[in-house]
Design a protein around this ligand. Structure first.
Ligand code: SAM
Length: 260
């Protein structure tokens, strides 16, 4: 039974790193007129109310996007996507990755989103109404294997597990290698937490050992949100990273490093 709910963490500093890179990648890929496919294995509910009791309880959004929003000028695709979603849903919302991707999607682009948790899935269906996205209530790894290579063939998949199921750390490297064999042109973006106990390290070592193409690994550090909190940073491991993403990653690293 899944219990993780992203509403407690939406808009935190990990989301800022992940979502800024995601929006930049989608904007790069959108420069060519050809349509793309956007897939997510672990989509969440797509739209979060930052004044909800859950979001206020942790204060993670206030310490995250509340601080970091000023980093992004109005031309940054992350700012543009945020503005688009707030214009439609109100100033107090924060879009999840499917909401950001929908805001940047163009005519002919396609979306496949998997979310297994029944309530999160129902909320995602609501949030994505009118976007044309196909929302799957099934295991995201299975969805990806079934859909890939997608049509259109150019595209990106975000893999953003909560790592509630500890075996994810062991199974993800071979899943990504298999996905890359099935969909060799696809951009594969994995998010992972940087944890004080180093639980992510073996997964990263296994990924590095696979010799995947055009890899960009980007990690940022930040203070734990609460005393004793295990997460002290956020990472993205990207296969077939779009040209130019390295500059964005370096720029973000500077901003995170300059935080007190
Ligand atoms: N990607 C979202 C974002 O950035 O806005 C956040 C996703 S949240 C970290 C992870 C989600 O994955 C949770 O909503 C959880 O219910 C869902 N989930 C967990 N295991 C899953 C699985 N095997 N397949 C699909 N969804 C799953």
């Amino acid at each position: 039974m899944l219990s993780y709910q992203h509403i407690y963490h939406a808009g935190n500093l990990a989301d800022v790193q992940k979502h800024a890179l995601l929006c930049r990648m989608l904007a790069y890929m959108g420069q060519k007129p050809k349509p793309i496919s956007y897939l997510e294995t672990h989509a969440g509910r797509g739209l979060y109310e930052l004044q909800s009791a859950e979001a206020l309880k942790t204060g993670e959004a206030a310490a995250g996007i509340g601080v970091a929003e000023q980093w992004f000028d109005e031309k940054h695709p992350y700012s543009q996507a945020l503005a688009n979603v707030r214009a439609r849903h109100g100033a107090g919302v924060y879009p999840g990755s499917p909401g950001l991707a929908a805001a940047l999607q163009r005519e002919g682009d396609k979306m496949h989103l998997a979310e297994l948790h029944p309530q999160e899935n129902a909320a995602l269906v609501q949030a994505m109404r009118g976007s044309g996205a196909k929302v799957h209530r099934m295991d995201g790894f299975e969805m990806a294997m079934g859909v890939c290579p997608p049509t259109p063939r150019r595209g990106l998949i975000l893999i953003d597990p909560s790592y509630e199921i500890k075996s994810d750390y062991n199974t993800i490297p071979s899943f990504i290698a298999q996905l890359n064999r099935k969909w060799n042109v696809g951009v594969i973006a994995l998010w992972y937490p940087i944890l004080v106990d180093g639980a992510h390290k073996d997964m990263l070592a296994a990924l590095e050992a696979q010799d995947l193409p055009k890899v960009l690994r980007h990690e940022v550090r930040f203070p734990p949100v609460r005393a004793g909190h295990r997460m002290v940073g956020s990472g993205m491991y990207i296969v077939n990273a779009p040209f130019g993403l390295e500059d964005e990653a370096k720029w973000l690293s500077g901003l995170f490093s300059a935080m007190k």
